[in-house]
Ligand binder design. Structure first.
Ligand SMILES: [Fe+2]
Length: 263
């Protein structure tokens, strides 16, 4: 099974005067075309899908993702607006129609996909409140034998020196680690938000962060790899049941703005 992960696309509305409005769209467009060529089984998008959460941004994002041939699984980031995202992607039946959180488990693939909503409207930091703790623990307990990929926008650990204390309440990040430790079928946690590539051992599993698809907001350690190239992440479940992940960098797209700090 092959999964493509894109993250932090930060799409802007058509006609926006932001200098990266067109380059971000071009970066995502290039990734979508490349992903289709690899014929993955699923595509996950780990939040900050648009810049401000407005309907014109979501309409543009929807159009850019429409060519994807594989099923698309979205979770929100702090830049997203949950109800606007739900409206724009109303055809995605797995997104809960009601309720506070946009999270879900997908049972259609050899690897179980569990997407967790770590956002709170108007807040930049991550949240893993008691209701989310119960949901994740019960969801993981309901299929303990199924190898699982967990994806969350906010990493529940510090990354370099630009992402420290990313959860509003540190004890919630600790609770997340404790729950995953109790469910060893979680082969990997993969996150967005920090816009750079890292990997670590975490909670008895492996945790990965990935660069933004959009080159103008990319940070940190991946600069030596491909500063001006659209990047996404591939996760392959091998016959042996191992999950192998690798960054995939594409040729440069036309217009790349100077770096801008944005998470
Ligand atoms: Fe972001």
């Amino acid at each position: 099974m092959l999964i493509a992960q894109i993250s932090d696309t930060h799409i802007l509305a058509p006609g926006s005067d932001h200098p990266a409005a067109d380059s971000r769209a071009a970066d995502l467009e290039a990734c979508v075309a490349d992903i289709n060529g690899l014929r993955p089984d699923a595509v996950i998008l780990t939040g900050d899908t648009v810049q401000h959460g407005g309907p014109l941004e979501y309409a543009r994002l929807h159009g850019l993702l429409a060519p994807l041939e594989a099923p698309l699984y979205l979770i929100p980031g702090n830049r997203d607006h949950g109800s606007a995202m739900r409206r724009a992607f109303s055809e995605l039946a797995y997104l809960p129609e009601n309720g506070e959180f946009l999270h879900y488990a997908i049972e259609d693939h050899p690897l179980r996909l569990v997407g967790l909503d770590s956002t709170l409207p108007g807040e930049r930091k991550g949240f893993f409140c008691a209701a989310r703790q119960t949901w994740l623990d019960q969801t993981l307990a309901s299929a303990a034998e199924r190898p699982t990929l967990l994806f969350i926008h906010h990493p529940p650990f510090d990354v370099e020196d630009h992402y420290v204390g990313g959860y509003r309440r540190p004890e919630e990040a600790e609770a997340l680690a404790a729950i995953v430790t109790g469910h060893p079928q979680v082969l990997r946690l993969t996150c967005g938000h920090v816009h750079c590539a890292t990997e670590r051992q975490w909670a008895g599993s492996v945790a990965t962060t990935m660069p933004s698809v959009a080159v103008d907001v990319r940070k940190g350690v991946d600069e030596s790899i491909a500063r001006q190239r659209p990047i996404y992440l591939l996760h392959r479940l091998t016959e042996a049941g191992e999950l192998v992940s690798e960054l995939r960098a594409l040729p440069e797209t036309a217009a790349a703005a100077e770096p801008v700090a944005a998470q």
